[in-house]
Ligand binder design. Structure first.
Ligand SMILES: [Zn+2]
Length: 325
């Protein structure tokens, strides 16, 4: 006889099939969104030093990439652009023939079914490297809204399926929604970077997008990593302003924020598995210190378990290969 009564959890772990049957969270290829960086020129395929396997691609090479992504069954891409020139008004962000606008048309030509999401921001397009309009060292909120809305409309006009503002200016979801509706893009959803923290995990991305701020930091508009109640206020405002998706960025150090948003709101929730989260794993894997596949799958499953419906990740192509087999 046993001295005490206890539960036998191991009963449900006895075989692989049984474990499959009781698994609570499943990572799917359809959960993945793959970020792409489009650049001017032809034949350009430039690896980002701090992000092995991630490239700046010229429009002509984008076609091959889209073919590969489509064959892997990844449903969506998130487009970023590296402009030819940067100016104070961030003109190329909303130029009819800007880099992102060109990229959208090429992707749609290659695979009209692929969901094209575009990053809507100004930081790559002005020499100050800030996400809004800068005047005398201040990042101005309301004057930025007009340019962000203009950018979103120009992406929709080029064929974007979803626009994703990442600037963290107040009121930008409302401004973008209003402009899209006025221009008859009522069918284009807004995926808001609702809760975007002022994070050190963006370091490699800034190399990738050439968007490091030339002065100061982004703490007057991005959120303090210490705050979660504020995250709920940010997200609530986005819901009210008409957002169709909410996002938490970064993901790994903010799993609790993902869970809080999931429990509080009923919109689809996106987690952005950001550049340094990717770089750290790549670096460790290249040193032979970790099992890359197992670590990546565990990390992304964790994001889903925390509440993410969709995950933007630089690992998307690898994950699709692993899950596809
Ligand atoms: Zn930005």
């Amino acid at each position: 006889m046993l001295p005490i009564e206890f539960k036998r959890f191991r009963r449900l772990r006895r075989s692989a099939l049984l474990r499959d049957m009781v698994r609570e969270t499943e990572l799917n290829i359809k959960d993945l969104i793959y970020p792409l960086f489009a650049t001017h020129g032809t034949g350009v395929k430039e690896e980002i030093a701090s992000m092995p396997g991630v490239y700046h691609l010229s429009i002509d090479l984008l076609k091959r990439e889209i073919e590969e992504i489509s064959e892997l069954g990844i449903p969506a891409v998130l487009l970023f652009g590296i402009p030819a020139v940067k100016d104070e008004l961030s003109s190329e962000a909303y130029a009819e023939n800007g880099i992102v606008q060109q990229a959208i048309r090429v992707v749609k030509e290659e695979n009209p079914n692929l969901v094209v999401i575009t990053d809507v921001c100004l930081c790559s397009y002005n020499p100050m490297g800030h996400c809004g309009v800068v005047h005398e060292g201040e990042i101005l909120n309301d004057p930025s809204l007009e340019l962000l809305a203009k950018t979103a409309v120009s992406h929709a006009r080029a064929g974007a399926d979803i626009v994703a503002p990442s600037d963290m200016m107040d009121g930008r979801v409302a401004a973008i929604r209003r402009s899209l509706d006025q221009e008859n893009f009522t069918h284009v959803p807004v995926m808001s970077y609702s809760v975007k923290y002022a994070s050190a995990f963006y370091g490699p991305f800034r190399d990738a997008a050439h968007s490091a701020p030339s002065f100061g930091d982004r703490k007057t508009y991005q959120m303090d990593p210490a705050n979660v109640r504020e995250a709920l206020r940010e997200a609530a405002a986005d819901v009210e302003e008409g957002a169709d998706f909410l996002m938490v960025k970064p993901a790994l150090a903010y799993m609790d924020v993902i869970r809080r948003l999931k429990d509080t709101f009923d919109l689809p929730l996106v987690a952005y598995n950001v550049s340094a989260e990717y770089s750290m794993i790549k670096a460790a894997a290249l040193n032979g210190w970790i099992d890359e596949k197992q670590i990546v799958l565990e990390m992304l499953t964790g994001m889903k378990r925390a509440g993410a419906d969709l995950i933007i990740t630089y690992h998307a192509k690898d994950v699709a290969r692993w899950l596809g087999k």
